[in-house]
Design a protein around this ligand. Structure first.
Ligand SMILES: Cc1ncc(COP(=O)(O)O)c(C=O)c1O
Length: 377
């Protein structure tokens, strides 16, 4: 079914297609050519990350992070259940056990106050997820990790361009992962980046990403041939993807500003509904600079949420729910998850609806979404 107002729409903002043609003409279409290098250097400089390596997806970057954390079947990792499957897949594939912790009522992020009780002698890492481009309470999380000798991996899939106490998401953990999937703010169809903030991890990260070889060093002229060092992955995107991404990154500020403006318009439009208790709007703490990635509403109950989605659908507007709690998925239940384990996650995920939000959403179309929500409520 096609919708008059879709939930998401990929866009071209600048020279993406020109840069793809340039990449083709340059004769270097595999990875880490001039566009791949430019993107990585830009991300590191702009976001204060020690080193950023492009990957074909955020999922791929998280896989590399799992390997770099040195996880094995004796390890446990703390993460939210309210996240995309990729966060947990990357933990599980190392053999480690994901330990799901509940989320905060306000930001829907991993509740840092519940983490100490979830730690055990086997815990090796904490993997917070910055939901909707709003930061987790990273000071508390990184302090706890330092105290217990744990690694921190930020799942910043949705966090490109957002900040925590003035510092960019992606620059706060030992490692972090960005997504440039077509639903994100800055896109390349599929795409991602691994952010490395612990310099001691860079060399192994490069090797794991390049099929277990030191080919990155070879290309820089640091060794005279490259060879096999580790059980690696293939996580280097082609120059076609990097060229498109570079065309977008050149407009990062404009993309974030536009997204935030759309977010603010929704936020103002639903203030009265919140006052009369018909819904709850997103809460962004003062010390978090969000990037307008997602605009969601929390309805008073699941049936009311479903009714709103249905009413918008009948008007040709696609609004969607988001993560189904991982601990209650078929795999989560096989891992021991049960109803009632994580009450906030279970209650809020059932009441959440995401409204259409994309770069080319026009004020006229946005007004139509707003009017449709008003009339449905
Ligand atoms: C929190 C989170 N982590 C990871 C991912 C995976 O990103 P990608 O599609 O780039 O692999 C997503 C995708 O939406 C996500 O929301």
């Amino acid at each position: 079914m096609s919708f008059r107002i879709p939930f998401n729409k990929p866009f071209v903002i600048g020279r993406e297609l020109f840069y793809i043609a340039q990449a083709v003409e340059s004769g270097h279409l595999s990875g880490d050519g001039s566009f791949g290098r430019r993107c990585g250097e830009f991300l590191a400089r702009r976001f204060g990350v020690h080193r950023a390596l492009l990957t074909p997806s955020c999922s791929g970057a998280l896989d590399l992070a799992g390997a770099l954390c040195g996880l094995d079947s004796g390890s446990e990792v703390v993460l939210p259940s309210f996240t995309f499957t990729s966060t947990a897949n990357s933990v599980l594939r190392t053999g480690a056990r994901p330990v799901f912790v509940d989320i905060r009522e306000d930001t829907l992020n991993l509740d840092e106050r519940l983490i100490p009780a979830a730690l055990s002698p086997r815990t090796r890492a904490i993997w917070p997820v910055h939901y909707a481009g709003v930061a987790c309470e990273m000071d508390e999380i990184t302090a706890l990790a330092a105290e217990r000798g744990l690694m921190v991996v930020e799942d910043a899939a949705q966090g490109v361009g957002a900040t925590y106490r003035g510092r960019a998401l992606g620059s706060l953990g030992d490692l972090a992962a960005y997504s440039f999937h077509e639903t994100k703010n800055v896109i390349s169809g599929e795409g991602g980046a691994l952010c490395i903030n612990d310099p001691s991890l860079v060399q192994r990260a490069e090797i794991l990403r390049e099929k277990g070889t030191d080919r990155s060093r070879f290309f820089r002229g640091e060794v005279d041939r490259y060879t096999w060092h580790d059980a690696g992955y293939s996580e280097v995107p082609s120059e076609v993807v990097a060229a498109f991404l570079w065309g977008q990154l050149e407009h990062l500020e404009e993309i974030t500003a536009r997204r935030r403006a759309l977010w603010e318009r929704y936020h103002a439009a639903f203030a009265d509904h919140e006052i009369r208790g018909a819904l709850r709007r997103p809460i962004v703490p003062d010390h978090c600079g969000h990037n307008g990635h997602i605009y969601y509403l929390l309805l008073p109950s699941e049936p009311r949420r479903d009714a709103l989605i249905e009413s918008l659908r009948a008007r040709g507007i696609l609004a969607v729910f988001h993560y189904l709690p991982l601990h209650l998925s078929p795999l989560g239940r096989r891992l021991g998850g049960k109803d009632g384990d994580l009450p906030v996650t279970e209650a809020l995920s059932a009441r959440l609806v995401r409204l259409p939000l994309y770069h080319e959403l026009t004020p006229v179309d946005q007004d139509e979404v707003i009017a449709a929500v008003h009339s449905a409520l």
